[in-house]
Every structure is written in C-alpha cells, then in structure tokens.
Design a binder for this molecule. Structure first.
Ligand code: AGP
Length: 616
C-alpha cells in the first residue's frame, strides 16, 4: 500500500505535494519522492526514508514555483526500500514520469520484452517497467500520452493507481485505476490527485473516485475526461462526491480506529498475498523463493518455526499445515526461548522466522543463531527490506500493507496465507498429497478472501455480545486441532487491547485443570467449526454448560447442535479444516475490539505495548 499525490493548477505544487505525502504516510513510509515540471524539464528528488527526509533534501524544488507535479510515499512490494527503487520513476528517455500504488504481476515478462527492445532498467521495481512500457507504446504507435497509457495498461495484469506525466505535454496528468484507490480533487481551475482525500480536503471537498478500469486525462482549465480503459468509452457525468468527513476519519477510511480498518482490509490483503502466487486456473502455486530451494524443502528433516506473539500463533497453525500436508516434522518456538536455550540446530534444518514488523529483536537474534549453526532460514515478513527480511537466506512477503494498530490482525491472516501456500507447494512437490487433493486445496484457498469478506457480517453480532461481557474479569478461549492456535490468538487479542485476563486452551485440556475455573462468571469462547473433531468439542461444550459457564461459540453456518447449547453464537462460512483459522479468527478480532472500545481502552495504542518490540 503506497500513497500517491499530484497537483495541476495555479498554486505552487511542491508544498501541496509534500504536505499531502505526509498525510498519506500511514499508507507507507519506507521511501518517497517528488517530480515537478519546470520550464521544459523534470525536476526530480527521491530518497529512502520518510517525507521529512525528502523535504530536507529538496529545497531546490521548493524554490521552483512549479504548478504541476506528482509525489509518492512507498510501502515496498518489489525491490527493497532505497533511493533507486523509490518513486517517481522516469522512462528511459527521461521524458515520462510515473507514480504507482499496486502490484504488476506480469512485470517480469514485460521487462524481458522491453530489454529485448533496448530498454535499460536501474531499479528492481515493477513500476519502472510500467513507465517504460508506456514509453515503448508511445514510440511504436506514435500516440499521445493518454492513448499510450491506455494501450499499455491493457497488457498489464495486477493492481494499480497511477499518475503519469509527459514533459512534452506539461499541461496534463494521466491517471488510471485498477484495484488500488485513486481520488481526484476538483477545485477552482485546479485538480488534485491522491490515494484518498486527505491531501486535498482543505482545498476542496469535491472529489471523484475513479472506478476500477477507469482512467482520466486531467488538464488545467478543462473539464475532467474520464474513460473506460478497455472499451475506450467516455464516462458521461462521472459521479462527483461532496465530502464532509475529517482528515482523521479519511486516514482510517471512516473507521474509528486503525485496528477496525485493518480487520476490514483482510479480504483485500489476503487476496493481495495470493495475487500472482496462487494460479488456480493453471493449477499451480508460483513462488520463486520456494521454487529456488524446493529440493531443500522436500528433503528437510525438520522445520523450526520461530516467532513471537501473534506471529508465533501463526507458526502453530503452520505446524499443523506443514505436518498435515507435507509430512515434515515441525517445531514451533518462541524466539526469546530459542535464542537462549542452546538449541540443537543442524544444516539439515530449515528455520522459518515469522514477523510482521521484521524488526523484533528476539526473532532477529534467533535467526542469526540458526544461521551460525548452519540452518537454511526462510522468512515470512510484512516489511520489505526490514532487518529480518535482509537477514534471512530467502523468504516471502505478506502483502498486508502497513499495520498501524498495535494488535496484529491482517498480519495474522496474511501470514497464514503464506504458510498455506508453502505447505501445499511442498506437499504436492514431494507427493505427500495427490494432484487432485492439491487442486481441491488451492480452490478452497482461492475462495478464502470472499469467505473472510462474508464473515465481516459477524461484526454487529460480536458488538452485541461485547456489550454483555465487557465487565468480565476473565475469559477462556477453547479450540481443537487447527483452531487451538486461534484460541490462543483470540485470548491474546482480548488481553492486549481490553486488559481483561484471558487464556487459550486446547478444548480437551479443560478436564486437566482449567474446568475448575468454570462458573457463571466465566465467559468461554469456543471455536467449533463443523470440521475436525466436532463431536468431541460438542462434549467439551456440554461439560462447560453443566457448570454454568457462559458459552460464546464460533460455529459453521447451519450448525444445529452447539447453537442449542451456547448462550451466543456467531456463524462462519464452511471451508477446508486447514483453512478455517483464517475465518474463525475474524469474529474474535471483532469481539476483542468492541469489548476494548466499550471499556474505553486505547485500541490502537494499548498501554505498555509497542507495535514492534525492537528490544529484548
Ligand atoms: C500481536 O497483536 C502483538 N502486536 C505482538 O504479539 C506481535 O505479534 C509480536 O510482538 C511479534 O511482532 P512481529 O510479528 O512484528 O515480529
């Protein structure tokens, strides 16, 4: 997720773009840049770091008085954060400039075609490929920028919100959208371009949000011309909204907290994490980071997953997935324990650290130890170019975008997504599952984003249940099999944002002690999809009911047994058991969120916690 900003009008563009980028830094902040038009030339300044770092080195642009320009703040997906990979990118001729939010899946093939036609590349980004494709089309077809953008985008697979500028046509900016947001602010004889309205809301509250597959040629002093990219049909009377929301609300997309926004982002970010990797129609999983080391995975004697907190819970689901599908022994360890217990690690081991931030000190230290002892280290991380990402031998990124809320939500479900891809890829490659089983699994995996979207409907019910239990002093979370780690994760969510004590347990463990806690004051969340050992969990629920425990059950749609035993229940869509954690965790996120809100807790920045634990 990146932030894009552009301006064309009569005001000085530089301050508008810089301030706009600062407002979009919540969307990404690892590198940034701006390009302005000035007397027949493009003045470009870009750098690794935050917008404040860009401001410190772009005083010349500040003095330029230019009235047209584009700027970008990056959340890296292709190519690590550095000066060269930051946007804007220029075409080979230096005449075209682009800023881009999204992922071009087929950039590799396009890049090869362009290299064969004499283009050279300076960065590792998919965006530089796109601007040179536009240049190539412009040269080959002899068309203007708008037409060249349109023809080029028809060759592109992926997601984009782009703004493109031609130094030879300094009175216009071309924009296009597919899968990533793009808003056009419409002022008095001026236009603003941005990922959301925060950069221009103080100048105008008239905004046009492009729809997927639309593009616009923005020219000062002229009506906005919007057209459909594919069929070239002009969009008559595009819908212009009058905004009356605050800056703060726009940053959170209208949600009260980043955590709630990020819960709702999960269908999209899980889809983004699958994008270009899960090719259902071709019946394959394509991940070069695995393919390049596939024999190592297939021949692994043992896999150790090391992580902390929510990422450790994801690792536990990973253990079930990899052992169940790929039949490779897996151990999951807290990084903080692993690094000090003098572990036995050999060169036959594969170590998989999982980390959202990529900066967790204990996990980083554990990686270094594992490497010293000869293990192959494959990381799963959300921040491109982070310390952990750079320390591992290989790895895969979750495409969750920046996670601002301290409580991990979308990081968890995207980590599970990568683990499912990894387990299935290894399993079918080593023959521990049949091709038929593999195809069934990847079809189920492909359906997960829509199923997560469906379970967003559970928000209102979770909010109602939260009202009844916001004053509880203890909670128990129970699950079995793949959903035991979800019980742990649900308990952690509640603890860290509502400050209520909660414990997660394997449901069958109740009789080994915890059932002594059960009485009418103990709410018990039971994760009981109609998969796995459903009948056994029915017995567990009956044991709790017999002792007057208050039961909140997460059940499969259409459940007829547990719904009659529980005090409250939330239904979820059915899925293959190994994939249910990506769905069952959602209602628990909502439940902890609303309990915390009712208790007046600081949901996005809970007491005593930091988003990234970079110290021991
Ligand atoms: C989870 O909600 C917490 N924010 C915390 O447990 C977190 O998962 C843990 O600190 C690990 O962070 P990482 O994934 O960035 O390494």
């Amino acid at each position: 997720m990146c932030g894009i900003v552009g301006y064309i009008g009569s005001k000085e563009a530089y301050p508008i773009i810089i301030n706009g980028l600062k407002r979009l830094e919540y969307r990404g902040y690892d590198s940034t840049g701006v390009v302005l038009y000035k007397e027949g030339d493009l003045a470009l300044c870009k750098t690794k770091g935050k917008v404040a770092d860009l401001e410190a080195i772009s005083s010349k642009l500040a003095e330029s008085k230019s009235t047209i320009g584009i700027g970008h703040t990056r959340w890296a997906t292709h190519g690590e954060p550095n000066d060269v990979n930051s946007h804007p990118h220029l075409s080979n001729s230096g005449e075209l400039a682009i800023i881009h939010n999204g992922i071009i899946e087929n950039y590799d093939a396009i890049k090869t075609q362009l290299v064969n036609n004499g283009f050279v590349f300076h960065s590792d980004t998919d965006t530089e490929v796109l601007i040179n494709l536009i240049e190539y089309v412009k040269q080959q077809e002899g068309v203007k920028l708008g037409k060249a953008v349109q023809i080029a985008l028809k060759q592109v697979i992926g997601a984009y919100a782009i703004a493109v500028f031609d130094v030879k046509k300094p009175n216009e900016i071309v924009v296009a959208k597919l899968g990533s947001p793009l808003a056009i602010g419409i002022g008095e004889d001026e236009y603003f371009i941005a990922s959301d309205a925060t950069p221009f809301i103080e100048f105008t509250n008239n905004a046009l949000y492009l729809e997927d597959g639309e593009m616009a040629i923005i020219r000062q002093g002229r009506e906005l011309r919007v057209r459909n990219i594919n069929d070239d049909i002009k969009i008559e009377n595009p819908n212009i909204s009058t905004l009356n929301i605050s800056l703060d609300q726009i940053e959170k997309s209208g949600y009260d907290h980043f955590m709630l926004k990020e819960i709702h982002e999960q269908p999209d970010v899980v889809r983004d994490t699958l994008r270009g990797r899960l090719l259902v129609n071709e019946g394959v999983i394509k991940m070069s980071s695995i393919d390049d080391h596939l024999n190592k995975f297939i021949g692994a004697k043992r896999i150790l997953i090391i992580a902390c907190g929510t990422s450790w819970h994801a690792g536990l689901v990973g253990e079930y997935l990899i052992e169940d599908l790929a039949r490779i022994p897996v151990e999951v360890e807290y990084a903080s324990e692993f690094r000090y217990r003098n572990p036995i690690i050999t060169k036959d081991d594969i170590v998989i650290p999982i980390s959202q931030s990529g900066e967790t000190a204990d996990t980083l230290a554990a990686i270094k130890l594992a490497k010293e002892m000869g293990a192959f280290v494959y990381g799963i991380c959300n921040v491109v170019g982070s310390s952990i990402a750079r320390e591992t031998h290989s790895g895969a990124y979750t495409h969750a975008g920046p996670e601002i809320g301290v409580a991990s939500t979308k990081a968890f479900t995207t980590q599970l997504t990568v683990l499912a891809l990894l387990a299935a890829k290894i399993a079918v490659s080593k023959g521990s599952i049949s091709t038929t089983e593999f195809h069934q699994f990847i079809n189920q995996l492909d359906a997960i984003p829509n199923k997560i979207a469906q379970v967003m409907e559970s928000e209102s019910k979770a909010k109602e249940i939260a009202k009844e239990y916001a004053d509880a002093t203890n909670f128990l979370y129970l699950g079995r099999g793949y959903n035991f780690p979800v019980a742990l994760e649900g308990a952690l969510k509640l603890k860290e944002i509502s400050y209520i004590h909660a414990e997660g347990y394997p449901a069958a463990e109740m009789k080994h002690g915890p059932i002594a806690l059960i009485d009418e004051n103990m709410p018990v969340v039971v994760i009981a999809p109609k998969r796995g050992h459903y009948e056994k969990i029915v017995s567990n629920v009956m044991e709790i009911k017999a002792r007057k425990g208050k039961i909140i059950a997460i059940v499969s749609k259409g459940d007829t047994e547990i719904v009659n035993l529980a005090d409250h229940y939330i239904e979820i869509p059915d899925s293959a058991e190994p994939l249910t954690p990506m769905i069952t965790t959602i209602p628990l996120q909502f439940l902890s969120y609303y309990i915390a809100v009712i208790r007046g807790c600081n949901v996005d920045q809970p007491r005593n916690l930091a988003k990234s634990v970079t110290v021991e």
